[in-house]
Design a protein around this ligand. Structure first.
Ligand SMILES: Cc1cc2nc3c(=O)[nH]c(=O)nc-3n(C[C@H](O)[C@H](O)[C@H](O)COP(=O)(O)OP(=O)(O)OC[C@H]3O[C@@H](n4cnc5c(N)ncnc54)[C@H](O)[C@@H]3O)c2cc1C
Length: 389
């Protein structure tokens, strides 16, 4: 079977799905190819946070704020319930060093427009039960929220289909179609797709496909392991992160030589509860190639860390563990835009631990760049060519 489209999208994670929706809504003929099923990659093995406080002050936070504004009415727009809730979020502060870092972080975030403040331990305990006694306090923002990543992805997919997109699962992309050096589509297990624009949105696997074009992308898989508890009555209010989470995310170089196993594994608390009642306890940040296994040592360290910060969790039963691959980039920002010297290729990947939160705005940016030649705001910081020597 051979197909033609304005845009061929590789990857049925939240980013590919969001872009498929925006392009199809703009009247483009879209074909999306996913090798397994929707949300089979990081999107299906992550937390659910639309966390704003964890974003670097600057373009990173601005995009997260703009994305969060879209989430507000997205269920209605997609005509699909995505379970988005804005219950607020906190980041725990354990010592004076973290207090200094988080106070500075929060001050800078306020200047970008985030409503965030430092609250005492006593105030934090009113929002979240079971917190450790040794905490100095927390940062708090009422703007943090969460969304069901599966429903979000399916919502985008179904809305894209309503606008005429062809969405194929079990459709593995093997390579690109080339014509006089220009990328003219993709070769897949379900046939070729000839397309004006090819969108590479294969998350942590994007470099594997880019390599077939002799293109070295600065994206690396960064494993995150998560523990899932039995469903319980509402326990976690909003989302809770730890100060170490911020360090693990933005300063992996500090972690590599530490004597502490938890630190070396990049363990930072991430706590959230699903609508069904399961508590998700995360997570590690490890460079382990494409190895998707859970490890005993990481699970032990995640649980030790969680019960140190929230001793109230100790009585819960763990029923499952999972691991996903975040698409890491060296500066913590995704690559979104056309690729230099590979005419016809657009990339949208490298969202690390923020792809759920940034998915809504990534679709809007991609639509602008592809359909109008410009985005709604200056996105030069996301230029996929910025790491070129
Ligand atoms: C433990 C953990 C916790 C996280 N928590 C959060 C959070 O709370 N909030 C947040 O915003 N983000 C979070 N993230 C990050 C988020 O999950 C990712 O940034 C996001 O899912 C990336 O989406 P994606 O569509 O780019 O990639 P993916 O979801 O990985 O999708 C890529 C898709 O491409 C497909 N694919 C690959 N190769 C091919 C091929 N050759 N042909 C066809 N298809 C192919 C894959 O099967 C996959 O479905 C977390 C991640 C992890 C691992």
């Amino acid at each position: 079977m051979s197909m033609t489209a304005d845009a061929a999208i590789i990857g049925g994670g939240v980013i590919g799905a969001s872009i498929a929706y925006r392009l199809a809504k703009a009247g483009k003929k879209v074909v999306l190819c996913e090798r397994y099923d929707f949300a089979a990659g990081a999107t299906g093995s992550c937390d659910q946070c639309v966390f704003l406080q964890s974003k670097n002050p600057g373009i990173h936070l601005k995009l997260a704020l703009d994305s969060s504004a879209i989430f507000q009415d997205l269920s209605k727009e997609l005509d699909y319930t995505i379970d988005y809730f804005k219950h607020g979020g906190m980041i725990t502060i354990e010592n004076e060093m973290e207090m200094a870092v988080m106070s500075d972080f929060a001050e800078k975030q306020k200047k970008i427009g985030l409503d965030v403040e430092i609250i005492s331990r006593a105030e934090a305990a009113k929002r979240q039960r079971g917190l450790a006694g040794h905490l100095l306090g927390c940062t708090y923002s009422p703007q943090d929220g969460h969304v069901n990543p599966f429903k979000l992805t399916l919502g985008f997919v179904k809305a894209a289909q309503k606008h005429g997109a062809l969405i194929l699962i079990d459709a593995e992309v093997f390579g690109f179609k080339l014509e006089s050096g220009r990328i003219k589509g993709i070769k897949t297990s379900k046939g070729d797709v000839e397309a004006g624009v090819t969108v590479l949105a294969a998350g942590a696997w994007s470099p594997v496909l880019a390599k077939t074009l002799d293109l070295a992308l600065p994206i690396k898989p960064r494993r995150g392991q998560i523990v899932i508890t039995e469903p319980v009555a509402p326990y976690v209010t909003g989302n809770l992160l730890s100060g170490q989470y911020i360090v693990a995310k933005y300063h992996p170089e500090i972690l590599a030589d530490s004597k502490s196993l938890a630190v070396r594994l990049g363990v930072g608390l991430s706590l959230t509860q699903t609508s069904k009642g399961d508590i998700l306890i995360g997570a590690t940040r490890e460079f382990a190639g494409y190895d998707l296994r859970n490890t005993r040592e990481a699970i032990r360290e995640i649980l030790k860390n969680a019960s140190r910060l929230v001793p109230g969790l100790e009585d819960l039963h763990v029923i499952r563990v999972m691991a996903g691959l975040r698409p890491y980039t060296p500066d913590g920002l995704p690559l979104v835009g056309f690729v230099k010297d590979r005419e016809g290729l657009f990339i949208a990947a490298g969202h690390e631990g923020d792809g759920i939160a940034l998915s809504a705005i990534t679709g809007v940016i991609a639509r602008g760049l592809i359909c109008d030649g410009k985005a709604y705001t200056d996105v030069s910081a996301l230029d996929p060519n910025r790491f070129d020597a």
